[in-house]
Design a protein around this ligand. Structure first.
Ligand code: AVJ
Ligand code: FE
Length: 431
């Protein structure tokens, strides 16, 4: 790519992502921007200014070597300084100040982009990495803000067309033969540090479900008394189920006519064919035990998603190397729910595994650990400080994830009790 083409690509990504951020923060009134909708989440206004502060730190100050826009507020928007629950009490920028700050930083960042030469000697600039990192950072906060919208109580403010219907019956499991495959990447230029380096993993043969577990299947688990049967739960999982009073996925509610779900302020019937969403790791684990299966490991998931047995190569995406189009996967907040199983036959992997990318993040059995040869880049706080912590892996992205961060090597992680994220799961078993 020429320098000018790279600049245009970056500018388009920055702009597309900012449009989403703007839509998410303009959809609500000022009171709702400042309010904390759950102690699990920052006020939306924090996410907005934090996104700009990271853009200032990396693009304006570091890459551009420019003077700070607002050095005095770094601490307020440092995610490690104050916990989410404590952020509303901080002297944060008010909505007008935050929007002015966001615009000022963007003007400077675009000026830095205009002058950037992407000298490969400077790793932060090689192929525009720092810009890609900042774009993906904002996209991740767009997904976080979407989760905040889902937690928000009040009239609906977000609108989107429903996801496409199922095109194909997808059931049962797919056999993945044992053998080596390449996990992670060295070549995806905007891949983050935890996806690197590419390395060979020998994965014993296994079976994996062709689709994520659906609401219909999950209802069977509930009806079979799954939430009242400690035998299916790990001891930590059962303790949490008791403490939190779990009886169904977050946002499900039961009335005289059965289960309904609250989705972005609307009460909807439960679509039995959509992947279940808003379950924690412990619920996924209990369901798997009840079903006589288990959650996939991270290597199994990635092999099922991208290994092409015909060429022996690992693809960028299940369908190939081409960037996601709407026909491949439910990504990018185009829809406000997962799509029914079978809605994306064109997005299936070579092995015939469907909907690995988009719809719901999939909980995995693996913990968040570095790949062999990992080096933190460009900062330890993105990945390294979380290694070995109480985190379970999530893969594949959800309907809330931007297409640019939904490559099949992308790694997400969270505490095993978290349910406000767009998390579901699929099952596997030993061959
Ligand atoms: C990779 C989704 C776990 O939201 O905590 C955002 C992403 N890192 N800002 C998170 C992130 C810094 C991160 N996750
Ligand atoms: Fe952040």
């Amino acid at each position: 790519m020429t320098t000018q083409d790279l600049r245009l690509t970056i500018a388009a990504e920055l702009e597309k992502t900012r449009a989403r951020t703007t839509a998410l923060t303009e959809a609500v009134d000022e009171a709702d921007l400042i309010r904390q909708h759950s102690p699990l989440m920052s006020p939306l206004i924090w996410d907005l200014a934090h996104v700009a502060n990271q853009e200032e730190l990396w693009l304006v100050r570091d890459v551009g070597g420019r003077d700070p826009v607002r050095q005095d507020i770094d601490e307020l928007y440092d995610a490690f300084k104050y916990a989410r629950k404590d952020r509303p009490a901080l002297p944060l920028l008010d909505p007008a100040q935050a929007r002015a700050y966001v615009a000022q930083v963007r003007d400077k960042a675009l000026d830095v982009l205009d002058h950037a030469t992407f000298d490969p000697q400077r790793r932060l600039l090689d192929n525009g990495f720092a810009f890609g990192m900042i774009v993906q950072h904002e996209q991740q906060h767009d997904e976080t803000m979407l989760a905040t919208h889902q937690l928000r109580i009040g009239d609906p403010v977000l609108n989107a067309p429903p996801p496409p219907p199922s095109q194909q019956r997808v059931t049962g499991e797919v056999f993945i033969p044992g053998g080596r495959f390449t996990m992670g990447t060295d070549t995806d230029v905007w891949a983050l540090d935890n996806e690197r380096p590419a390395h060979t993993v020998d994965v014993p043969a296994f079976h994996i479900d062709a689709a994520p577990v659906t609401n219909g299947q999950y209802q069977e688990f509930i009806a079979a008394g799954g939430y009242d049967s400690p035998q299916w739960w790990s001891s930590r999982g059962w303790a949490y189920r008791q403490k939190a009073g779990l009886v169904a996925p977050l946002y499900w509610q039961r009335d005289d006519s059965g289960w309904h779900v609250r989705q972005f302020g609307r009460i909807n019937p439960i679509n039995l064919d959509e992947p279940v969403v808003h379950v924690c790791y412990f619920e996924a684990e209990a369901f798997a035990n009840w079903a006589g299966k288990r959650l996939p490991t991270e290597a199994e998931w990635e092999k099922a998603a991208r290994f092409d047995p015909a060429t022996g190569r690992s693809r960028r995406f299940p369908w190939g190397d081409e960037t996601p189009e709407p026909r491949h996967a439910n990504l990018g907040q185009r829809h406000l729910s997962p799509a029914p199983v079978g809605a994306y036959p064109e997005g299936a992997s070579p092995a015939g595994v469907h909907q690995m990318i988009g719809d719901v993040w999939e909980w995995l059995a693996s913990d968040f650990d570095p790949y062999p040869g990992f080096t933190a880049f460009p900062y330890r706080e993105y990945s390294e400080v979380f290694f070995g912590g109480d985190y379970k892996m999530l893969r594949g992205g959800s309907f809330g994830t931007d297409a640019s961060a939904a490559r099949s090597t992308f790694r997400n992680w969270d505490h095993p009790i978290r349910r406000q994220i767009f998390s579901g799961f699929r099952l596997a078993r030993d061959a």
